[in-house]
Ligand binder design. Structure first.
Ligand SMILES: Cc1cc2nc3c(=O)[nH]c(=O)nc-3n(C[C@H](O)[C@H](O)[C@H](O)COP(=O)(O)OP(=O)(O)OC[C@H]3O[C@@H](n4cnc5c(N)ncnc54)[C@H](O)[C@@H]3O)c2cc1C
Length: 424
């Protein structure tokens, strides 16, 4: 997990190891994927007394759940009005409402199960760069306000005080949001699900899926699960029997880099309320602190090949520009993953077969939406909600054309953009 899970692997709360599947087991529901979607579904189902088995190809949090930047966001990158335009008023408003409440679901689970994951529920700052950035955050605030949600609009001076940076001309403070140690959160969900009665197996990739006698049989290397329902939550890390799932998404490389812990004087001035910062530039970046005071910066790009030195140098340069008063910072570690992007940047609930549901497509915002969708999928499978109550119509998987070429273009484009990025 060295340059894949980086800092999170080092600072994650320990977890009791789960066995790999080595026999034939039966369950009412089988879940494939040990990230937020699969784990929150397993927890929910186990809590209402459903017999559930979860299999994970690697370890808990191996996918995006153990690598991400840890920003628990409310909503998507897509603006609320645009979501309604794409989905229609009924599903659109329901999705906005579901995702707006999703951070509360995350922080409630953390509190209810005592998950030690550096949770900070102080809100996040969406910071405006230039006049165009200001117009964007004002429009975003307006669209939330129409829906009865107040997002605090910070003036330039207040933004300087909250961020410790002179680079932004204003910000939106979304108090619904916050930050976590993402791998610890995934591990905490797994422990809670296991305590509730879910059977969890790691190092157990689903290799084949066969429908037989009104049940699904999932074969792993050394065992099998048969269940009448299957929930697929492999997202952009789908392998084995789920490989076709990957065809539906573009995999956008994304990395994080963390500095050494800042000194107490530096910590007093930089993001003093432990709020994470994202900005309005096209090539997104996110900056936050961990509990030990390391600054973590994330952006688009892969660390392999020439991308490694380019993105690391950009991260150092960017931090020095955003926080000019603290001088050059050393990076302690950097790590990377991939984000699954859908064609319209909206998540998905899909039928893969009779009684086989897939959730995913969070477009880089999967902590809160993944948790909410996992819980919703569990409720749907248990019969507690119907299709009409879901925030999205249940669709069919699509194929992205020229996927590999476009992914290579994204990786190359990110390196070129970071090489050239001298702005602010
Ligand atoms: C670098 C980076 C930064 C990000 N930053 C943020 C952020 O700040 N905030 C945010 O909300 N989101 C962020 N994201 C996105 C977020 O991490 C994902 O949306 C989220 O992890 C999705 O959760 P999931 O459970 O659907 O999938 P994952 O966490 O990817 O889990 C899927 C799991 O399924 C397993 N699997 C796949 N195939 C099989 C199989 N055949 N058999 C068994 N198991 C299988 C995989 O091994 C994996 O563990 C970021 C992502 C990355 C990569």
């Amino acid at each position: 997990m060295a340059d894949t899970h980086g800092l999170w692997k080092t600072t994650a709360a320990p977890i009791r190891p789960f066995p790999s599947l080595s026999s034939a087991v039966k369950a009412e529901v089988a879940i494939i994927g040990g990230g937020y979607g699969g784990l929150s579904a397993a927890l929910r189902l186990a809590e209402i007394g459903v017999d559930v088995v979860l299999i994970e190809a690697e370890q808990i949090g191996f996918g995006g759940a153990g690598r991400n930047s840890g920003l628990v966001n409310a909503g998507l990158w897509v603006m609320p009005d645009e979501i309604v335009r794409r989905l229609g008023p009924s599903h659109g408003e329901r999705l906005i409402d579901c995702l707006g409440q999703a951070p509360a679901r995350v922080f409630d689970l953390i509190a209810r199960h005592g998950i030690a994951c550096e949770a900070e529920r102080n809100g996040t700052l969406h910071c405006a760069v230039g006049a165009a950035g200001l117009a964007e955050i004002e429009e975003r605030a307006r669209q939330w306000a129409v829906r009865g949600i107040t997002i605090n609009r910070l003036a330039a001076l207040e933004t300087v005080a909250r961020t410790g940076s002179p680079c932004f001309v204003g910000a939106l403070e979304d108090r619904r949001a916050g930050t976590i140690q993402p791998l610890s959160y995934a591990r905490g969900l797994a422990t809670a699900a296991s305590h509730a009665g879910a059977r969890i197996f790691t190092a157990s990739a689903a290799r084949r899926l066969v429908r037989r006698d009104r049940a699904w049989c999932i074969a792993t290397d050394w065992g099998s699960v048969s269940a009448s329902w299957v929930l697929v939550a492999g997202e952009s890390y789908s392998i084995g029997a789920l490989a076709p799932q990957r065809e539906a998404q573009l995999r956008l490389p994304f990395f994080n880099a963390a500095t050494m812990p800042l000194g107490s004087e530096q910590r007093r001035t930089i993001l003093p309320s432990q709020q994470a910062l994202i900005d309005t530039r096209r090539l997104i970046s996110a900056i936050r602190l961990d509990r030990a005071g390391r600054l973590i910066i994330g952006s688009v790009g892969a660390l392999r090949g020439p991308g490694g030195p380019i993105h690391r140098a950009w991260a150092r340069r960017m931090l020095a520009k955003v926080f000019p008063h603290i001088g050059p910072l050393q990076l302690e570690t950097a790590w990377q993953g991939v984000i699954g992007m859908t064609g319209d940047h909206l998540p998905r609930i899909e039928w893969l077969g009779e009684n086989m549901l897939a959730i995913g497509g969070y477009n880089g915002r999967g902590i809160a939406p993944g948790t909410a969708f996992g819980m919703l999928a569990a409720d749907f499978i248990a019969g507690a909600v119907g299709e009409a109550d879901l925030p999205l119509p249940i669709g069919q998987p699509e194929r992205r054309r020229f996927r590999r070429w476009r992914e290579a273009g994204l990786e190359f484009g990110a390196a070129a953009a970071h090489l050239a990025d001298q702005r602010f």
